[in-house]
Write a protein that binds this ligand. Sequence first.
Ligand code: MTE
Length: 330
Amino acid sequence: MVIKTDRGFEHPTPSDITPREVFESRRRLLQGLALGAAGPSMALWAQRDARAMTAGPGKLAKLPGVASTIEGAVVMDKLTAYEHVAGYNNYYEFGVEKTDPARTAHTLRTRPWTVAVEGECAKPRTFGIEELLKLAPMEERIYRLRCVEGWSMVVPWVGYSVSNILRAVEPTGKAKFVEFVTLADRTQMPGLRSSVLDWPYKEGLRLDEAMHPLTLMAFGLYGEVLPNQNGAPLRLVVPWKYGFKSAKSIVKIRLLEKQPRSSWEQAIASEYGFYSNVNPKVDHPRWSQATERRIGEDGVFQRKRPTLMFNGYEAQVGQLYAGMDLRKFY
Ligand code: MTE
């Protein structure tokens, strides 16, 4: 069977196929939202349906979101199980092994929490986390996230477009880039004793990338607040870039005239460029980027998936890079 997916025409494997009840539930949900004007009861029913679909284990506070209507915000791939999303992490402040953060990040204190938004803007401001939680309606977005190391996940995030925060501070005409600075506190983060990176962990985007509606500030996943190891209380998710661009536990956002240097670029510029768009045609200097392993699909007979240009978000973000040599700007 050949089907049209958001990746184009291709043959699905059994693991590609979203279970029927989940798919139909999502379709009913989208139909329900489209019919939102028909009455609040339909919209409420649709939201309840979404919660049933992506409920977490119920150990953390609930953080529901309405299904996003932004183009590309809901991929139909099978979701990665919560236990893998919260159990297989990169968060070097809590150790360099994939299982370290889930074991050690309980020491992260997520309240009180503030985020200073400053630099090239007319109204610099420090937001409290409670203010940020109310700044814009929470949406559920189902994104692929692909790590530069060659594994990927599909996660139902809860949050809203980063553009909501940036607009609130009114960027000036000089603002061309956005830097995201994350928490670095030795009393909470055992990994800071290692000099593997120059702390705090920093990442950067061009302003137009940061303003793109798909660029998400996530506060939760699976309908609950973020587990600490996934970057509580708020983290970036840039679905068309390698996972390391998605900075966790953000404390500062700076609007800049000049391109900032991210922690990974500072550590090994030849391997981790500023752009870091998912690109199967540009190999990492030490390995191919043509395929990926979907977490939770391990097994001797499990084939690797082909990696998609811009992680499958080409239709939405390709125009941001029109005319650029993506081998040079890797
Ligand atoms: N943010 C901080 N502060 N520290 C980190 O080590 N690792 C990055 C990114 N954000 C990292 C970070 C990398 S390499 C990846 S792949 C993603 O977080 C992993 O996010 P996940 O644990 O939610 O899958």
